[in-house]
Design a protein around this ligand. Structure first.
Ligand SMILES: [Zn+2]
Length: 325
């Protein structure tokens, strides 16, 4: 184990050096940030949650050790010589917004929130949380290994089929109705103090764009952008694909809608040579960087995001925008 750790440290040093020399930006993706109590009872998949305490330590580590950059200015300003990291959040969760804004302000860290303008301010905005809550009410733990498989399988179904499932299992009498997880409202999203928060679009209502007819995909992508701009009063120039799913037709819609950059969930690092509409990111959740109740590990951070981003980049030199994830 120690030999492995030492080996990893040498490898880490090398990976960070190579990323820096290539002028790469490692883009992190977060979703939800939860207090201890909420973390224990959370109805989201573990892959999208992090303890708020862990995130606080992560931000202070990045602020002291690396250079946090805004997505639109990532390559515009001369680099400080430190490895560049960008913070992004998908879905527009209220818990993440509330936890992130004061930290972003305090540490001067730019962050981008990719929101779904058709779902802002909503309770239970996404169906996977309803699936987990309904299964929990039926006695299946949220951490049961079958949960992720059920949700992955449902992602391949049409919006109508998912609606049908919800009508059957998520009636008005479900426990938690009227409370539970929620997205930030526009009133909250407009209130960012001195924090450098950028709003991007994550489609209008989080449809998996490769699964829906092209007209619907277009209104999710282009209509979503207009809605974010109207509600926020600011330009919306960045997009992230719901579930990371794209294909050449969907990528074209994103280009037509006028976005400058679009982000996937494919692992890797972003360089000036990357396709600007399929930029890789590194998903960040508690299990990547926390080892005990909100204890943040810098070594795990470097391994999970920097080493793995470098590995993915080295293994898969920039592809032309040729296909799906
Ligand atoms: Zn999402």
């Amino acid at each position: 184990m120690w030999a492995g750790a030492l080996l990893a440290c040498g490898g880490l040093w090398w990976a960070k050096r190579r990323l820096r020399k290539q002028g790469a930006v490692v883009v992190l993706t977060f979703h939800r940030l939860l207090d201890e109590d909420d973390y224990g009872q959370c109805t989201s998949l573990r892959s999208i949650v992090m303890r708020r305490r862990t995130f606080e330590s992560l931000v202070s580590y990045v602020a002291r050790r690396y250079e946090a950059v805004d997505l639109l200015e990532a390559f515009a300003a001369p680099s400080s010589g430190r490895l560049r990291i960008a913070f992004t959040f998908d879905d527009g969760w209220r818990d993440a917004w509330r936890a992130c804004v004061p930290l972003a302000e305090r540490w001067g860290i730019p962050c981008t929130f990719f929101v779904c303008p058709g779902l802002t301010g909503q309770q239970w905005p996404f169906w996977p949380e309803k699936v987990i809550a309904a299964r929990r009410a039926a006695g299946v733990s949220g951490d049961d290994p079958s949960t992720e498989a059920v949700i992955e399988q449902m992602k391949r179904q049409s919006p109508e089929e998912i609606e049908e499932w919800l009508r059957e299992y998520w009636g008005s009498g479900q426990p938690g109705e009227g409370q539970g997880p929620a997205n930030a409202s526009w009133r909250e999203l407009r209130d960012m103090g001195e924090a450098r928060m950028r709003l991007g679009c994550h489609s209008a209502t989080h449809q998996i764009l490769t699964n829906v007819p092209v007209d619907l995909a277009r209104s999710e992508v282009a209509g979503g952008r207009r809605q974010v701009e109207e509600a926020s009063g600011r330009p919306c120039e960045v997009f992230s694909y719901p579930n990371g799913d794209w294909n050449p037709a969907v990528r074209e819609l994103v280009g037509e809608a006028g976005y400058r950059f679009a982000f996937t969930t494919r692992q890797g690092a972003w360089t000036e040579e990357s396709d600007r509409l399929t930029i890789p990111r590194m998903n960040a959740c508690e299990s990547h960087v926390g080892f005990w109740r909100g204890s943040f590990s810098p070594i795990l951070f470097d391994y999970a995001f920097l080493w793995k981003a470098w590995r993915a980049m080295a293994a898969q030199p920039e592809r032309a925008a040729a296909g799906a994830e």
